[in-house]
Design a protein around this ligand. Structure first.
Ligand SMILES: Nc1ncnc2c1ncn2[C@@H]1O[C@H](COP(=O)(O)OP(=O)(O)OP(=O)(O)O)[C@@H](O)[C@H]1O
Length: 231
């Protein structure tokens, strides 16, 4: 479904991605892991069309979407839960959810489905997003992305800064999505939690993938995690 090849991108004169590769088949959960500043968010921003592609290919469902505008990429079926959540603080929970919702024929996700997944959002549907806790805002960001009915869901540090119990809720939610066959690209630092969810890790170092493999294969090579993840 997703096949990124030789991707180069950056900011002004500083290049950050040097031949990024990434692949996810339909129904797979894949990760992008690596130390801070290695280019994970830059990869996501480039995939979403928020940063120009300097070189390379972003294959999605067989088409090359490199160079398309962000709204066209979203419409093609990529939904993003961005780093820092970025909910619309002054809008209500429900307004946040419907603002970018998209529902074609046979779409899986409607408002009631998101409220089923996160009952807390339903209880707070008329509250403004700024009054939510961090965990609730994260649920809102996930619900908002699901309501675009994405073929590929990308989560950039979705559990960062959350209390352990809320993190568990987010991981459980991702487990349910995977069980339904949702294709997911997850960026996170919690290898232990990801081991249960992820089919294949992509290890990024200075803007390129230096290793890819299953969580079991990564566990067999502790020096890799030490060198590239500081664990
Ligand atoms: N808007 C920007 N302008 C210039 N340089 C940037 C910008 N955003 C990120 N960078 C630089 O690009 C490099 C990669 O950053 P990026 O955010 O992609 O890393 P990351 O792997 O997602 O790490 P983190 O976990 O810290 O977010 C870093 O050197 C960073 O300083």
């Amino acid at each position: 479904m997703l096949k990124v090849d030789g991707l180069e991108a950056g900011y002004g004169r500083s290049q950050v991605l040097f031949g990024m590769t990434l692949a996810a088949e339909e129904g797979e959960v894949v990760s992008l892991v690596g130390r801070n500043g290695m280019g994970k968010t830059t990869t996501v921003n480039t995939l979403m069309g928020l940063l120009p592609v300097r070189r390379g290919r972003i294959g999605f469902d067989g088409a090359d979407i490199a160079g398309r505008a962000p709204n066209r990429i979203a419409r093609a079926g990529i939904g993003l839960v961005p780093e820092g959540r970025r909910v619309f603080a002054s809008l209500s929970v429900e307004e946040n959810l419907v603002a970018t919702a998209r529902r074609g024929a046979g779409a899986r996700w409607g408002l009631a489905d998101v409220f089923g997944l996160f009952p807390r959002l339903q209880e707070r549907r008329r509250q403004s997003a700024r009054t939510l806790s961090g965990g609730e805002q994260q649920m809102l960001a996930i619900g908002r992305a699901l309501l675009t009915n994405p073929r590929l869901l990308i989560l950039d540090e979705a559990t960062e800064g959350l209390a352990p119990i809320i993190r568990q809720e987010i991981w459980a939610c991702l487990g349910r999505l995977k069980a339904e066959g949702q294709t997911i690209l997850v960026i996170d630092k919690n290898l232990k939690e990801m081991a249960r969810l992820v089919d294949r890790h992509h290890l990024i170092e200075k803007g390129r993938v230096v290793w890819a493999g299953s969580p079991e294969a990564l566990a067999r090579e502790p020096d890799l995690a030490h060198r590239h993840l500081g664990l």
